[in-house]
Design a protein around this ligand. Structure first.
Ligand SMILES: *Cc1c(COP(=O)(O)O)cnc(C)c1O
Length: 348
């Protein structure tokens, strides 16, 4: 079989959730962010293992993702939708019992008109300028919104992956100011904010990437292993080139392995001549461009040709691959392709 093999360790996801949960006081709820198909790892199995680990509240980006989460989780879980209540979302929100985090006066109005008996949360902007009501919008509708007993008031930090960034404290005091005196559960922290400490935890933390083994949660357990089969190996003479645009040229007699996976599987072209593949613990550099379905790797220094090489493994995390490709671990995870044979470890 020429498909790459993607192993997803569900027990590691559960352990990461429990470890992040243990960072906040007992009365702080730890939710789980499972947007973008659980960061590319599969909403069904991932949401189920998180519920089993103890998560009760889940966050998704869109109502459609919320429907998929509801199918996976059954009726008990609370499923919050970051994008709020968009035009066209009403039926999905109603049928799948989703909780929109309304982020504008327009959305609040839409929700109260279309689903007056359905609960909702509120998103306020505390300085990121991406989603949420601005303070002046909030003061215009706060009493109306509060009279419907919102389940949560949340905001999001722009710089939480950098503990030294002054915007963390700025957003914290802004969030405190706009929610002062309100008797509503509050949430500010994603993974980065959770690590910033108790002042950022409020009633609920919302980790995502840390559950899946990514920065900034550096103590996370690795969740994914990606192994790519070797289709063919060849000898390349000095001066010969490898791959599109002849961007790699042999400086010594070389052995090249051709692996089955490429940019169509989420291995970004920015990794051309930069990625490292692993034969066990032995690093092997990518030789030439990333093709759509193929990678060419310099394996001259290997005594024995393995059946596969690993791109993600204990020796190389998603964040290390991201660094080589000039991106972030989140993007590597959410780009993981759909041609891989996916194997879930630790599932009942
Ligand atoms: C994606 C997201 C999260 C989770 O962020 P991580 O950095 O992955 O932990 C939390 N809150 C909001 C609003 C988000 O968009």
């Amino acid at each position: 079989m020429a498909s790459g093999n993607l192993k997803i360790d569900l027990n590691a996801i559960a352990r990461n959730w429990r470890a992040l949960d243990a960072m906040s006081a007992g009365d702080v709820e730890t939710a789980a962010v499972v947007k973008a198909d659980a960061y590319g790892l599969g909403i069904g199995p991932v949401a189920k293992i998180l519920a089993k680990a103890g998560a009760h509240t889940f966050f998704v980006a869109t109502a459609e993702e919320g429907a998929a989460a509801r199918v996976a989780l059954g009726n008990d879980a609370i499923i919050n939708v970051f994008s709020g209540h968009m035009a066209g979302d009403t039926t999905t929100i109603r049928d799948f019992h989703l909780m929109p985090m309304v982020n504008s006066i327009e959305q609040l109005t839409r929700h109260l008109e279309n689903l007056p008996s359905f609960q909702f949360g509120i998103q306020l902007d505390s300085g990121m300028n991406r989603l949420g009501m601005e303070p002046h919008e909030w003061s215009a509708v706060a009493s109306l919104a509060l009279s419907s007993d919102p389940t949560l008031i949340m905001s999001h930090l722009a710089c939480a992956d950098d503990p030294a960034h002054p915007q963390n404290a700025d957003q914290l005091s802004q969030f405190r100011a706009i929610t002062a005196g309100l008797d509503v559960p509050l949430s500010l922290a994603a993974t980065g904010g959770t690590l910033l400490g108790p002042a950022f935890h409020f009633s609920m933390t919302r980790p995502g990437v840390g559950l899946y083994g990514g920065f900034p949660y550096s103590d996370a357990q690795a969740v994914v292993r990606l192994s790519l089969p070797v289709i063919q190996t060849r000898e390349v003479a000095v001066g010969e080139t490898v791959g599109y645009s002849a961007s790699w040229r042999a400086e010594r007699p070389s052995k090249i392995a051709t692996l089955s996976a490429g940019y169509a599987d989420g291995i970004t072209r920015a990794l051309s001549n930069a990625a490292i593949l692993y034969a066990g613990d032995t690093p092997c550099p990518l030789a030439g461009r990333v093709s759509m379905d193929l990678l060419t790797v310099d394996v001259s220094h290997l005594d024995q040709m393995p059946s596969h090489l690993d791109l993600l493994c204990p020796a190389q995390t998603v964040d290390q691959v991201a660094e080589l490709g000039g991106t972030i671990g989140y993007e590597i995870l959410t780009s993981l392709g759909h041609r891989y044979e996916r194997q879930y470890l630790g599932q009942e």
